[in-house]
Design a protein around this ligand. Structure first.
Ligand code: NAP
Ligand code: GCO
Length: 289
C-alpha cells in the first residue's frame, strides 16, 4: 500500500457524535472527503436536518438522526439504524459531542456538574460501548475522543469540564489497554482554543467594541497568536481514523498552536496592585536581614 493510500477511508462507516455544527461537523466533512460514509447525531432535529442537507449537497453518503449521547437506549437504536442504513458495523467513532458550563465551583449545582460529566465523559463511554462489540468481531476499529487543554490544565470556572476531559484522557488509555489486542486503536484529539460556537462567548467584544480580555489572553498564550480554526483539526481526525495510525494507541495529540509548550502571559492582565504589596513585604524582609 502506498503511503498516501494509508490515509484513505474508502468504504469505512464513520460515526461522529455532535456533528450538527462546530468541530464535529468539520471532522465529519473531512472523513467524508477521505472516502468514509458518515453517520452523525445531535439533540436538535432542525439542526440534524440542516447538516444532513449540507452533507448531501456535497455528494456525501450520510445518515443523521436525533440522539442524545447520554441516553443508552437511544444510542443503541441509533447504532442499529446506522448498521441497517450502511449494511455493516461502525469502523470509526469520533466521540465529539460535548458541552461546557463556566460557573465557579462554589456556585455550581450538582445537577449542573452531573450534566457536564454525563455528556462529556459518560457519553463517550456509552457510545464506545455501543460500537466496541462490532469492532471486536471485525478485529479492527478506531475510536477518537475529544479531549481538551483541560485534560491537562485547570482554570477558573470549568471544574466539571476539566474533570470530564481529564477522565476522558484516561478512558482513552483504558480502551487502548483493554481492546488493543483486537486491533482497535483509541486515541484523542486535544484541541487548543478553537473558534466555534462553544468558545464564542470568550471572544465576544463588549458593547463598546473592546476586545474580550480572554481573547487577548488566549492570543498571548498561543505562539501563533490566533485562535484555532476547525480546518486546523481535520488532518489529524483523518489520520487517527485511517490505517496510517494503526500503531498509535492510547495517545492524546494536542493541536493547540503551541499553548502547552509555552510559558506565556499577558502582562496587561496582571493585577499590579498585588505586586506592590509583595514588594513592600520584600522590603521588610530586607530590613530584617
Ligand atoms: P459546539 O460548537 O458547542 O458543538 C457541540 C456539538 O455537540 C453540537 O453539534 C451539539 O448539538 C452537540 N451536542 C451537545 N450535547 C450533545 C448531546 N448530549 N448529545 C448529542 N449531541 C450533543 O462544540 P465544539 O467547540 O465544536 O466542540 C466539540 C468538542 O470538542 C467538545 O467535546 C468540546 O468540549 C471539545 N473541544 C472544543 C474546543 C474548542 O476550543 N472549541 C477545544 C477543546 C475541546 P446540540 O446542542 O444541538 O445537541
Ligand atoms: C474554556 C474553553 C475551553 C476550550 C477548550 C480548550 O472556557 O476554557 O471553552 O475549555 O473549549 O476545551 O482546549
Amino acid at each position: 500500500m502506498s503511503v498516501l493510500d494509508k490515509f484513505k477511508l474508502d468504504g469505512k462507516i464513520a460515526w461522529v457524535t455532535g456533528a450538527t455544527y462546530g468541530l464535529g461537523k468539520a471532522y465529519a466533512m473531512a472523513l467524508a472527503e477521505a472516502g468514509a460514509r458518515i453517520a452523525f447525531n445531535g439533540r436538535r432535529k432542525e439542526l440534524v436536518e440542516e447538516a444532513l442537507q449540507d452533507f448531501r449537497e456535497k455528494g456525501y453518503d450520510a445518515f443523521g438522526a436525533v440522539c442524545d449521547v447520554t441516553d443508552e437506549a437511544s444510542v443503541a437504536a441509533f447504532v442499529s439504524a446506522v448498521e441497517a442504513k450502511f449494511g455493516g458495523t461502525i469502523d470509526i467513532l469520533i466521540n465529539n459531542a460535548g458541552i461546557i458550563k463556566r460557573i465557579p465551583m462554589t456556585e455550581m449545582s450538582v445537577a449542573e456538574w452531573n450534566q457536564v460529566i454525563n455528556i462529556d465523559l459518560t457519553g463517550p463511554f456509552i457510545c464506545a460501548k455501543a460500537v466496541l462489540p462490532g469492532m471486536i468481531a471485525k478485529k479492527s476499529g478506531k475510536i477518537i475522543n475529544a479531549c481538551s487543554m483541560m485534560s491537562e490544565l485547570g482554570r477558573e470556572t470549568v471544574s466539571a469540564y476539566a474533570a470530564a476531559k481529564g477522565g476522558l484522557k484516561m478512558l482513552t488509555k483504558n480502551i487502548c489497554s483493554e481492546y488493543g489486542q483486537y486491533n482497535i486503536q483509541c486515541n484523542a484529539i486535544g484541541p487548543g482554543y478553537i473558534a466555534t460556537p462553544q468558545t464564542a462567548p470568550l471572544r465576544a467584544r463588549d458593547e463598546e467594541g473592546h476586545m474580550n480580555p480572554f481573547d487577548r489572553f488566549i492570543r498571548s498564550k498561543t505562539p501563533a497568536q490566533r485562535w484555532g480554526r476547525t480546518e486546523d483539526l481535520e488532518g489529524l481526525a483523518v489520520f487517527l481514523a485511517s490505517p496510517a495510525s494503526d500503531f498509535i494507541n492510547g495517545q492524546v495529540i494536542y493541536i493547540d498552536g503551541g499553548i502547552l509548550a509555552y510559558l506565556g502571559q499577558d502582562p496587561g492582565n496582571l493585577d499590579e496592585s498585588k505586586f506592590a504589596a509583595e514588594e513592600e513585604a520584600e522590603a521588610e524582609i530586607k530590613v530584617a536581614d
